[in-house]
Design a protein around this ligand. Structure first.
Ligand code: F6R
Length: 607
């Protein structure tokens, strides 16, 4: 499985193909993108290509100047390999063909070298261009287009949905799918391809959903689907979505959609850094030697990203025995630690543009520390300025409240901590494999199991939705999670909420616990169950409504959300999912604007 990023659209047989493509690209905007492009046959049968970074509107004029077309493909790109530039935008190809791609070609570096050695040169930094030129190569060695595509996809490792047009075959689109969704829309006298139904609702609702290994040849009249060389049939499906729901991929809010994308986001982020179930950061050009040289790590970030840093701190200390502290970026400059070249500063940011985090990064560099950015947006300022960058592959996060970005940030730093632990001699290969397996295999499935039980969490939200105040308590890593749960709840439901280290309650806060105040207690660490139990008893005896999120299998008589069976070392991921859903449903029940909470912006570029 792979994350839904980028958007694909294609149309053959419709006289207004240019409008269909532009309209489809606009409909796919909800997925988030930074560049757009099309490849179309004009009315003389010539293959033309228009692309640029920026909005669809930036290419609209140039596309419409082609005047008329009845066959073409289009793409919205969310940068993963290579910065946001015109050259890196899709389509990619050669004189003979153009392709659009959704997914990641993991063996692109190896294939690029092979192609360079036989004389191919590249215009972009993308993995997609590698696939395009490989197809160009096989087209020259094959009797048919289908054969060339078959040979090409056999060489590709990773995930891909591809739309392909060949210059010498106007009126035909080829489509390929592996681990990245692609559908074929069935029209009257026209057929379509799209990465999701949103782009096609205006034209048709009947469609086929391609399955892994399918290669389709599509003309205005015909749709032929092949798998492992055999012609096959797929079941005809019908989409009864209304268009506004479809813009969010069928979810009522972006936030919910993004929570559901978390398991795949974690997998996509980790997959490219795991070889033989061991962490491998070689493709990131990370100087791993720094983990042997440094004596301290400072993690700097804001808000949710800072909370992901709290998880990172606990893992770096546990696995790599590296003292780590977490700094609020907006405070960092006023009270900077005494940094030196023995220190590593890790800046975490989804957007890569948060002003305080960027300023902290700059100051850290000035003070001589090495800097590493964990960033989701390719080519963003923080990514560009840090000494090293590790990208998270969460795809675009549109809801203001950060959810899947938190999951990938905390998962990626955990993987880094395992690698650092190996390099520093605290973790052997066999233990590292256990840790990687828990993180990469077990944790995303545990999130999925939690998502299947969303109704249970909805019931907990009913206990919260009429309250004015709420408290989140936990110890150790559960306290770090409590901080995030509390932030999520307050920012989107406007319920005043606070996170406390459970042991701190009796030092003041317990005076706020009165009849009916909700207390969300986190207990995912078995060594702390008993201590948490006494804290819970303290608040329950003062009338608190307790919601206990725990892996403990004992019955306590409180409302409980039981975590799926999973190693305590990675249970922070399913716990985060529960907290995100709890905030989400509470916000919905209170009638709040979930995706755009008041006074908040997605990217905070002012200090
Ligand atoms: C909360 C939230 C914010 C961001 C913070 C940092 O849901 O989204 O707290 O986490 O503004 O943003 P980035 O990660 O873009 O630096």
């Amino acid at each position: 499985m792979v994350l839904y990023m980028c958007g694909i659209i294609g149309c053959v047989g419709n006289e207004n193909t240019l409008e269909v493509l532009l309209d489809g690209l606009t409909a796919l905007e909800y997925r988030g993108y930074d560049s757009a492009g099309v490849a179309v046959f004009d009315n003389t049968g010539k293959l033309r290509m228009v692309k640029d970074f920026g909005r669809v509107s930036k290419i609209t004029q140039e596309v419409l100047e082609i005047k008329s077309s009845s066959c073409g493909i289009g793409h919205t790109r969310w940068a993963t390999h290579g910065a946001v530039t015109k050259e890196n935008s899709h389509p990619h190809g050669s004189e003979g063909l153009q392709i659009v791609h959704n997914g990641i070609i993991e063996n692109h570096a190896h294939l690029k070298k092979e192609l360079t050695d036989i004389g191919y040169s590249f215009k972009s930094e993308t993995d997609t261009e590698v696939a395009a030129l490989l197809l160009d190569y096989y087209s020259k060695q094959s009797e048919s287009k289908l054969e060339a595509i078959g040979k090409t996809v056999k060489r590709l490792v990773g995930s891909y949905a591809l739309g392909i047009v060949f210059a010498d075959e106007p009126g035909v689109i080829y489509a390929v799918r592996k681990d990245s969704p692609l559908i074929i829309g069935i029209g009257e006298g026209a057929n379509y391809i799209a990465s999701d139904m949103t782009a096609l609702l205006k034209y048709t609702r009947e469609h086929y959903s391609l399955e892994n290994g399918d290669i389709a040849r599509i003309t205005a009249q015909d749709i032929e689907i092949y798998n492992t060389g055999e012609r096959i049939t797929r079941k005809k499906l019908y989409a009864d979505w209304d268009r506004s729901a479809a813009e969010k991929g069928g979810y009522p809010h972006f936030m919910l959609k993004e929570i559901y994308e978390s398991p795949d986001a974690v997998r996509s982020t980790l997959r490219v850094r795991i070889v033989d179930m061991l962490p491998d950061f070689s493709a990131d050009e990370l100087d791993e030697g720094i983990f042997e040289r440094i004596s301290r790590v400072y993690i700097v970030a804001c808000g949710t990203a800072m909370h992901a840093g709290l998880i990172g701190k606990s893992r770096l200390e546990a696995y790599a025995k590296l003292p780590a502290s977490v700094e609020i970026a907006s405070e960092f400059r006023y009270n900077p630690p005494m940094l030196s070249s023995d220190d590593l500063v890790i800046v975490i940011s989804q957007s890569g543009e948060t002003a305080d985090s960027l300023a902290a990064l700059r100051l850290s560099k000035q003070m001589g520390a090495k800097t590493l950015a964990v960033v989701n947006v390719v080519g963003s300022s923080i990514a560009k300025e840090a000494d090293f960058v590790l990208y998270t592959y969460a795809g675009p996060e549109i809801a203001v409240a950060s959810t899947k970005a938190y999951s990938v940030q905390s998962a990626l730093i955990t993987l880094l901590a395992v690698r650092a632990g190996m390099l520093r001699g605290f973790i052997d290969e066999s233990f590292a494999k256990t840790l990687v397996c828990e993180l990469y295999i077990d944790a995303p499935s545990a999130i999925e199991k939690m998502l299947e039980r969303a109704d249970e969490i909805k019931e907990c939200a009913e206990m919260l939705c009429e309250s004015d105040d709420a408290f989140f308590i936990g110890r150790g890593i559960d306290y770090a999670l409590a901080c995030e749960g509390s932030l999520k709840l307050k920012e989107i439901s406007y319920i005043h909420s606070e996170a406390y280290a459970a042991g701190e309650l009796k030092h003041g806060t317990i005076s706020l616990i009165t009849e009916g105040v909700p207390v969300i207690a986190l207990a995912s660490v078995s060594a702390l169950y008993d201590k948490m139990e006494s804290n819970i008893r303290e608040v329950a005896s003062r009338g608190a409504k307790v919601i206990l999120i725990t892996s403990d299998t004992r019955e306590y008589g409180y409302t409980m959300v039981r975590l799926p069976e999973i190693s305590e070392r990675v249970s922070f991921l399913p716990v985060a999912c529960v907290l995100q859903l709890l905030a989400y449903y509470t916000s919905v029940m209170r009638g709040c604007d979930v995706d755009k909470p008041r006074n908040l912006a997605k990217s905070v570029t002012v200090e």
